[in-house]
Design a protein around this ligand. Structure first.
Ligand code: GCO
Length: 264
C-alpha cells in the first residue's frame, strides 16, 4: 500500500499573514493537501473574512483570527482560542512580515525596530507559545519565511536584511532546541515574487524590475504558487528528518553571480 508522505489530512495549519500574497499561496497549498487552515490577519476583519471565504470557496476548511502577532498577550489568548475551537496546531507558518525601504543613514530607529519586531520578534513569540503544545504532543512543524535578504544585502532594506538574517539563525536554534521533541523547524527563502510587497520595484521600466529578471537564472519573477511545494514538503511526513534548513525558492538567484545584461 503506497503512503502519501505529503498528505496533510487531519492537520491544523496556522498561517500568519495568510490573507494575501505569499501567505495566501502557501496556505492554499496546505489546504489543498488536506490541512484545516487557521488564517491570521492584522489589518482588518473585512479583509480576513474575505480571505476565509476565498479558502472555503476552494473547498478548504478555514477559520480566521484577527490579532497582532507582535503582541504576546493577544498571541497567548488567540492560540488558546484556536486550540479550543479548531484543534491542536500541528503546523505553524510564520509568514507575516513588513518592509521599509530607506537608506540606513536616514532610517528612524522606530522604523528599524518596527521591521525587526514584525519580521523577527513575532516568529519568536508565535513559536514560543505554539511549541508548548507541540512539545506535549511530541510532534509539530514550524516554517519561518526567510528571504534573499537572509543571505544578501541590498540598498535601502537594511532593517529587513537584519531581521531575515536573524530569522535564519533563529530557525537553526529552534531546530537545535526542539528537534528532540520530534518538532521540525525549517525556513523557506523566497526569491523575488510578484506580490503587493514588491509591486513598487516591479514596475515596467523600473531598473530593478529588469535587474531581477536578468539576475534570476529562471529569467522571471516568482509566482506565489511556486512556494506551495516547499510549504507542503516542510509541513508533511516527507520532512520528518529535515531540521534547521532554509529552502530557497528563488529561480536560482543564490546559485549564481549573475551575468551582464548583454549576455543571454
Ligand atoms: C526588496 C524586496 C525583497 C523581496 C524578498 C526577496 O525590496 O528587495 O521586497 O525584500 O520581497 O524578500 O527575498
Amino acid at each position: 500500500m503506497s503512503v502519501n508522505l505529503f498528505d496533510l489530512t487531519g492537520k491544523v495549519a496556522l498561517v500568519t499573514g495568510g490573507t494575501h500574497g505569499l501567505g495566501q499561496a502557501m496556505a492554499t497549498g496546505l489546504g489543498n493537501a488536506g490541512a484545516t487552515l487557521v488564517i491570521n490577519g492584522a489589518s482588518s476583519q473585512e479583509k480576513l473574512d474575505k480571505a476565509v471565504e476565498y479558502y472555503k470557496a476552494l473547498g478548504i476548511k478555514a477559520y480566521g483570527y484577527l490579532f497582532d502577532v507582535t503582541n504576546e498577550a493577544l498571541v497567548i489568548k488567540n492560540i488558546a482560542a484556536i486550540e479550543k475551537k479548531v484543534g491542536n496546531i500541528d503546523i505553524l507558518v510564520n509568514n507575516a512580515g513588513i518592509i521599509k525601504r530607506t537608506p540606513l543613514e536616514d532610517m528612524e530607529v522606530e522604523d528599524f525596530e518596527a521591521v525587526i519586531k514584525v519580521d523577527l520578534v513575532s516568529p519568536f513569540i508565535m513559536s514560543k507559545h505554539v511549541v508548548k503544545g507541540m512539545i506535549k504532543r511530541k510532534e509539530g512543524k514550524i516554517i519561518n519565511i526567510c528571504s534573499m535578504m537572509s543571505e544578501l544585502g541590498r540598498n535601502t532594506v537594511g532593517a529587513y536584511a537584519a531581521a531575515k538574517g536573524g530569522l535564519k539563525m533563529l530557525t537553526q536554534n529552534m531546530a537545535t532546541e526542539w528537534a528532540k521533541h520530534n518538532i521540525q523547524t525549517n525556513g523557506i527563502g523566497p526569491g523575488y515574487f510578484a506580490t503587493s510587497q514588491t509591486a513598487p520595484i516591479r514596475v515596467d521600466g523600473h531598473p530593478f524590475n529588469e535587474f531581477i529578471v536578468n539576475r534570476t537564472p529562471a529569467a522571471r519573477w516568482g509566482d506565489p504558487d511556486d512556494l506551495q511545494g516547499a510549504a507542503i514538503f516542510l509541513s508533511s511526513k516527507a520532512s520528518d528528518f529535515v531540521n534547521g534548513q532554509v529552502i530557497y525558492v528563488d529561480g536560482g538567484i543564490l546559485a549564481t553571480i549573475g551575468k551582464p545584461s548583454n549576455e543571454d
